[in-house]
Design a protein around this ligand. Structure first.
Ligand code: PGA
Length: 254
């Protein structure tokens, strides 16, 4: 039986898209059209500049707010950065950490991801920590080494009680924004591997960890992915920018 903590979670990562007014319109449309079931958690992650306005637009709806990044320090001389407490202050409940675009274009490391995870949890945010192999890593047969290493870095800063309020997103890098989705059976293998690793470290508490799949999730492939026993939801990029399509993904989650 699936652990009761693992309600389906559908998160929309809007990346560097949308002005404030466009973000508010999209947030309203998602909250209106999605017919979110009581068992599904829905999260949207706008750009920093739109967080405050989107928070207001989501008042009274079941959709929660996430940021796309944070800095691990509480405050200080870190030009261009935003802290966990500042995200809480603006109304975020979640924060995406270690997205492959951050790792690839902004030099984020496992060590930085671990520090960010610790800072997010310290402020009461739910971290959505991304792991995933590149195409060349997959072809070299080292997928599990890579995602195991990425997961370990983040598990190292958690204790057993944290697993129920921490989320992992398995996002094969070659599937992000490419229209190529992992086969649901391959995704399931990776998710089961990640869960086993968490259970090896923390015992049965690992069953509470929610593991999302990300990488070209669309309305027409979501149901099959979400039906896999260790896939607890989706982190959606491109398809989350369209309220209708995102609503269909939410409904596929139950
Ligand atoms: P995509 O992005 O759905 O556009 O592939 C997913 C992600 O980067 O989180």
């Amino acid at each position: 039986m699936t652990h009761p903590n693992r309600r389906p979670l559908i998160a929309g990562n809007w990346k560097m898209h949308k002005t404030v007014s466009e973000s508010v319109a999209l947030a309203r449309a998602i909250a209106d059209t999605s017919r979110i079931g009581p068992r599904t958690d829905v999260v949207v992650a706008p750009v920093f500049t739109a967080l405050s306005a989107v928070k207001t637009a989501l008042e009274g709806t079941p959709v929660a707010l996430s940021a796309q990044n944070l800095h691990w320090e509480a405050q200080g001389a870190f030009t261009g950065e935003v802290s966990a407490a500042m995200l809480v202050d603006v109304g975020c409940r979640y924060v995406i950490i270690g997205h492959s675009e951050r790792r690839q274009y902004f030099g984020e490391t496992d060590d930085g991801v671990a520090k960010k995870t610790r800072a997010a949890r310290g402020a009461g945010l739910v971290p959505i920590v991304c792991v995933g192999e590149t195409l060349s890593e997959r072809e070299a047969g080292i997928t599990f080494d890579v995602i195991g290493r990425q997961l370990d870095a983040m598990l190292a800063v958690l204790d057993e009680s944290a697993l129920a309020t921490t989320v992992v997103a398995y996002e094969p890098v070659w599937a992000i924004g490419t229209g190529k989705t992992a086969k649901s059976s391959d995704a399931q293998l990776a998710h089961a591997f990640l869960r086993d690793r968490a259970k090896n470290k923390f015992g049965d508490a690992g069953d509470a960890l929610r593991i999302l799949y990300g990488g070209s999730v669309k309305a027409d492939n979501a149901a099959e992915l979400l039906a896999q026993p260790d896939i607890d939801g989706a982190l959606v990029g491109g398809a989350s920018l369209d309220a209708e399509g995102f609503g269909r993904i939410i409904r596929a989650a139950g």
